[in-house]
Design a protein around this ligand. Structure first.
Ligand SMILES: *[C@@H]1O[C@H](CO)[C@@H](O)[C@H](O)[C@H]1NC(C)=O
Ligand SMILES: *[C@@H]1O[C@H](CO)[C@@H](O)[C@H](O)[C@H]1NC(C)=O
Ligand SMILES: *[C@@H]1O[C@H](CO)[C@@H](O)[C@H](O)[C@H]1NC(C)=O
Length: 505
């Protein structure tokens, strides 16, 4: 899952606004393919008025996205800074956005950051980072050549760290406060937030974090076994038809990403640098080894009600057919979870939903995103203040799909959200836009989300339902369903089954 997301969100960038934009700033270079990023010098006196190249991604899918006048290259480590007109001299909080796209797709300017910067009086920075095999390929040969013994499996996240270091050194040129940086990201961007919040390598680079629909323990998250991760990397190299690192470096980037090689490495995995071999993000999270403000910061963590690729528009793009009758649901559930557990899944979900298609969509959302999010919140809340949310969209049925909250967060100036809503096949949500933006912006400014409805900490499972009827609820997201899945796991349902189900569902 998570793969196709950002290709769709092609929002025009505002042309006229009381905002200064510096775009296409190069923050790092890549000395040689698959190497860690090397910081680039920054000259604040130069004009920055053209977006940089997009990081190389599968050219077929990129072309389908129809992004006009943008080229792809490997020299793509650029960021953009949106600075609101400020009447005060005191430095502004910085909101640092990491795009999603399953680590294989996406780019910095996909979503229009201007409105968020203006309404929240915050500096918004968005970035490119390396994707697919060019950013996430672990190889033994890379491990041997690297001074730190890093495998290359997290180079894309190391790019994000380089961008955060650029912010620390340079954001004062834009009247930004390097001591008040909030990182936020959705889908693979949310997973990145999870990594950045738990790796010691990002210590001191930000104060707060917002993790949207990307808990790093999803069945689709981190490759837990270093051996498996390395095997996937080596298998990828073989699939390209070469057997050495030097040949892989000589290969044309387009060729490397064509033939869907670019899709093959779609998972982040251990790299001996962000995490020691065998160490997992969730271990550090459980142990409270967090670097949000030296462990004193706070986080917003949440997901959407039907946070699944089985929802429109994804289901249409991926050409999936979903069960439409109870019998079909039951057959599918047994196929995915085994005869006994599949029967229990059918009883549980068909007991809750009249509509078999909607029941199935909820299964996918619960196992892939909602329940992992709940677990991450429970663990985090042991250590720091966490604000939990469930985004329910603007319609009365409260069904919000994967990524749909981005339409309310990044309302484009040109169409006031209509473009995004059209693409996401949902209604424009003008009432929710200021609510969501306001919570995110106040959190970035002061570490606590503020709004008309008071948002309490998640300690006891409390969460904010953000939607047509925004209100606090108890019990945690996915309450009932997640306990049900835990029971199945206790009865022997394997993580591997869930992993496969997330890929297929
Ligand atoms: C792309 O560039 C061409 C040539 O500069 C220009 O005519 C065209 O309007 C641009 N298209 C968009 C959508 O910006
Ligand atoms: C990437 O995703 C595809 C399709 O979802 C899957 O078949 C493949 O095994 C994944 N690659 C890795 C390295 O896990
Ligand atoms: C079931 O739900 C799906 C998805 O929301 C919808 O398209 C379909 O029309 C519904 N079927 C019935 C019989 O209501």
């Amino acid at each position: 899952m998570l793969r196709l997301l950002p290709l769709l969100l092609l929002l025009p960038v505002a042309s006229a606004s009381p905002l200064s934009t510096s775009i296409g700033i190069k923050y790092a270079s890549i000395p040689s393919r698959f190497s860690p990023p090397a910081p680039s010098p920054f000259d604040p006196s130069l004009p920055y008025d053209t977006y940089g190249d997009v990081c190389f991604q599968n050219p077929d899918t990129f072309a389908d996205a129809g992004q006009p006048n943008t080229t792809m290259s490997e020299d793509c480590l650029h960021l953009n800074v949106f600075t609101p007109e400020s009447t005060s001299d005191s430095p502004l909080p910085v909101m640092f956005y990491i795009h999603g796209g399953g680590y294989t797709q996406g780019w910095s300017q996909q979503l229009d950051a201007a409105a968020l910067a203006r309404t929240q009086n915050a500096i918004v920075v968005n970035i490119n980072y390396r994707l697919g095999a060019l950013g996430f390929l672990p190889l033994y040969s890379l491990e041997r050549e690297d001074a730190d013994g890093a495998t290359g499996g997290m180079n894309g996240v190391r790019d994000q760290i380089a961008a955060l270091e650029w912010v620390q050194s340079n954001i004062h040129h834009f009247n930004g406060d390097p001591g008040s940086v909030t990182i936020f990201g959705e889908s693979a961007g949310g997973v990145s937030v999870c990594y950045l919040a738990t790796t010691a390598r990002a210590e001191g680079l930000f104060k707060r974090a917002i993790m949207e629909s990307g808990p790093c323990i999803g069945p689709w998250g981190f490759v837990e076994s270093p051996k498996e991760a390395m095997a996937a990397g080596e298998a990828f190299m073989l699939s390209t038809g070469v057997t050495s690192l030097s040949k892989l470096r000589e290969m044309d980037a387009e060729e490397l990403m064509l033939g869907h090689h670019g899709d093959l490495i779609n998972l982040s995995s251990h790299d001996n640098f962000l995490y020691a071999a065998g160490e997992l993000p969730i271990d550090r999270l459980r142990a409270g080894k967090l670097n949000v403000d030296g462990g004193d910061g706070s986080m917003i963590v949440g997901c959407n009600t039907v946070d699944s690729m089985t929802m429109p528009p994804w289901v249409f793009m991926m050409g999936k057919s979903l069960p439409s009758t109870s019998a079909e649901f039951e057959r599918k559930a047994k196929e995915l979870f085994g005869w006994g557990h599949g029967g229990e899944v059918a009883d549980f979900y068909l007991g809750m939903y009249d509509n078999a298609t909607e029941a199935y969509q909820q299964v996918s959302a619960d196992i892939c995103v909602v329940c992992p999010t709940r677990t991450v919140v429970e663990e985090l809340a042991e250590h720091i203040p966490v604000y939990q949310y469930l985004y329910a969209g603007g319609t009365a049925d409260g069904r919000a799909s994967h990524a749909s909250e981005l339409c309310a967060l990044f309302v484009d100036d040109a169409t006031h959200g209509q473009t995004c809503a059209d693409i996401m096949m949902q209604d424009v949500t003008p009432d929710i836009e200021p609510v969501l933006q306001g919570y995110w912006g106040s959190f970035a400014a002061g570490g606590k989300p503020e709004g008309d409805v008071a948002w309490g900490e998640a300690g006891a499972g409390d969460f904010m339902r953000i939607g047509a009827d925004t209100k606090m609820e108890g019990g945690g997201v996915g309450s009932g369903a997640c306990e049900f899945w835990q029971t199945l796991k206790d009865e022997g349902l394997s993580e591997q089954r869930l992993k496969v189900a997330c890929t297929l569902a």
